[in-house]
Design a protein around this ligand. Structure first.
Ligand SMILES: *Cc1c(COP(=O)(O)O)cnc(C)c1O
Length: 250
C-alpha cells in the first residue's frame, strides 16, 4: 500500500467523524452482543453519498476500507479522487438504484452491488464486469446482492419475492457475477420488525438453494439494532455517521 498523501482536512470535521465512528462501532457491537451473535459478524458500511471525497479520506485514515455510494457519477468521481490521493485497497459498494445504462461504468469500480433487482440489470452488469476484466480494469467477479421488495411498491426497487430465486439462478449462471446475498430497504408502511422478519425468511429461502449467499444487507441509521436482531450482516449507515446532508449537495 502506498503512503497516503498529506491532506489538511478541517480538524473539526476529522474530530467529528472520529467520534461518530467510535459511537457507531460501539452501537453495532452492542447490537451484535444483544442479539447473541458472534463478535464481528456484522459489518458497518459507511454510506458517503452526498459527502465530499475529503470525508472519505478522513474515514480511510481512520482505518475504514469499505464505502457505500448510491449514484454512479458521484461515486466514480470519488473513486478517482481517492485513487489520486494514494489511498488504495478500497472496496466500493453500490447501494442505490441503478439504471441499466450505468451498469458498465459501475462494473469498473464496484466491489459489490447491493441493488440488483432484474435479469436485465444482472445481464448488463455481467457484460460490464466481463468487459472490465477483459481489459484489466478489474480482476475479481462482481459481487452481487439481490435487492428484494418487501411490499408491492415498484418505485422503491427490488425484485418480487416470488421472482427472487429465478434471479439468483441467473446471477449464479453468468460468468462475471457472484451471488453474495440479499438486501432490502424496509417499506414505510410497516414496522421495521415486521419487515426484517420477512426479510430473514426470504434470506433463509435463498440460502436453502444458494448456500454461499450469506450476506444480508439490512439496517440503516435508524433501525440497525432491529436489523441485527434479524440476522443482518451489513448495516449501511449514512446520517448517523456523516451528519445531515450538506447544503452543497447536488
Ligand atoms: C442513503 C442510504 C442508506 C443510509 O441511510 P441513513 O438513514 O442515512 O443511514 C442506506 N441504504 C441505502 C440504499 C441508501 O440509499
Amino acid at each position: 500500500m502506498s503512503e497516503p498523501s498529506i491532506t489538511s482536512h478541517a480538524p473539526d470535521r476529522a474530530d467529528d467523524l472520529r467520534s461518530r465512528l467510535d459511537g457507531l462501532v460501539d452501537r453495532v457491537n452492542t447490537a451484535t452482543a444483544n442479539a447473541g451473535r458472534a463478535p464481528g459478524s456484522v459489518k458497518l458500511l459507511p454510506v458517503t453519498k452526498f459527502f465530499p471525497a475529503s470525508d472519505v479520506e478522513i474515514l480511510y485514515d481512520l482505518g475504514r476500507r469499505e464505502f457505500g455510494e448510491s449514484r454512479e457519477q458521484e461515486a466514480s468521481g470519488k473513486v478517482a479522487e481517492l485513487t489520486a490521493s494514494g489511498r488504495d485497497g478500497i472496496e466500493w459498494h453500490m447501494i442505490g438504484r441503478l439504471q441499466r445504462n450505468k451498469a458498465r461504468s459501475v462494473a469498473k469500480w464496484a466491489h459489490t452491488v447491493h441493488s440488483v433487482d432484474s435479469e436485465r440489470l444482472a445481464n448488463a452488469l455481467d457484460r460490464g464486469a466481463s468487459e472490465a476484466r477483459a481489459v484489466g480494469e478489474r480482476t475479481a467477479p462482481l459481487r452481487v446482492l439481490l435487492q428484494v421488495s418487501l411490499d408491492a411498491d415498484p418505485t422503491r426497487g427490488g425484485v418480487a419475492p416470488d421472482e427472487m430465486l429465478a434471479l439468483a439462478d441467473l446471477v449464479e449462471k453468468v460468468e462475471s457475477l457472484t451471488l453474495a446475498g440479499l438486501m432490502a430497504i424496509p417499506p414505510l408502511d410497516t414496522t421495521p420488525e415486521a419487515a426484517f422478519a420477512k426479510l430473514a425468511k426470504l434470506h433463509a429461502s435463498l440460502l436453502s438453494q444458494h448456500a454461499d449467499a450469506t450476506e444480508l444487507s439490512a439496517g440503516m441509521s435508524g433501525d440497525l439494532e432491529i436489523a441485527v436482531a434479524h440476522g443482518s450482516t451489513c448495516v449501511r449507515v449514512g446520517t448517523a455517521l456523516m451528519g445531515g446532508r450538506p447544503i452543497t449537495s447536488p
